[in-house]
Write a protein that binds this ligand. Sequence first.
Ligand code: AN0
Ligand code: CP
Length: 319
Amino acid sequence: MTNFLSLADVTDLDALIQSGRDAKTNPFTDQHLGKNKTIGLLFFNSSLRTRLSTQKAAQNLGLNVITMNVGQDSWGLEMEEGVIMDSDKAEHVREAAAVIGRYCDIIGIRAFAGLQDRELDYKEQVMNQFAKYANVPIVNLESATRHPLQSLADCITIEEAKTKARPKVVLTWLPHFKPLPQAVANSFCEWMNARAHSGDVEFVVTHPKGYELAPEFVGNARIIYNQDEAFEGADFIYGKNWSSYTHYGQVLTKDPSWAVTMDDIRRSDNGKFMHCLPVRRNLKVSDQVLDSPHSLVIEQAANREWSAQAVLKEILKSL
Ligand code: AN0
Ligand code: CP
């Protein structure tokens, strides 16, 4: 593996999931792999789990870690080519990426969607510009349209917790008053569609009308607009808010009936609740669900360390 930008960079998904589970059992067996090598973690946006779990995974592999909040600790970076740089961005990505690539053997980047310009966001400019100019492997720590390290952790969590060979996994939209990116939902669809294709899960998506995700992500997933119907027989309920893709970046409804409560869990097949976190309690999901044995959110976040370790190990082996 050279870059880890999306599922397309994964050659053997089963093996990658297993590698994460092996790292969880034996975290330090590959400590030699990263010796005298450095990973740089660049954050254009806030993070708790991604920042700490990726740093921890890197350290488990013997890597040195340097971290920077771009635009706060560093200069603001211009991503457009050929422009007169008279805005507030003092440095161009061409130099910045090339320079950071001289200090680091791997670069991880978090850069969310702006949610103003769909074409710009879906072009993945930040990831692609770094991939073009850094000359070292790039790891997606949540980009404008994807969050693949999250999806890998989600696959690991489902494998660990499933009680049947082909569990029913339901992605549900949750209410929120702020527009959030589609990245987590997009990636979850991308990865679950692959798991469904290999016969490992049954995958259903439920959301209010107007919250249809981009066709290239939702693929052949079954859409059921009635949430109660979608939850029938569910083994995993995966909650996430996202803003509209069709009415780009807009909040079309805040309907509180879409929040997940114990009534929804009762409708499922003794289902487990998943969420990438951070989650707003009692807005998106009730205290009762989060504090019950049905919630997998802490284990899911813990698995971020092992998903990052599986990916970094693959990249280190290719260096
Ligand atoms: C971000 C999002 O929805 O993409 C990060 C989730 C991992 N969440 C928020 O901005 C609250
Ligand atoms: N799930 C996740 O990526 O969390 P952070 O935004 O805190 O990194």
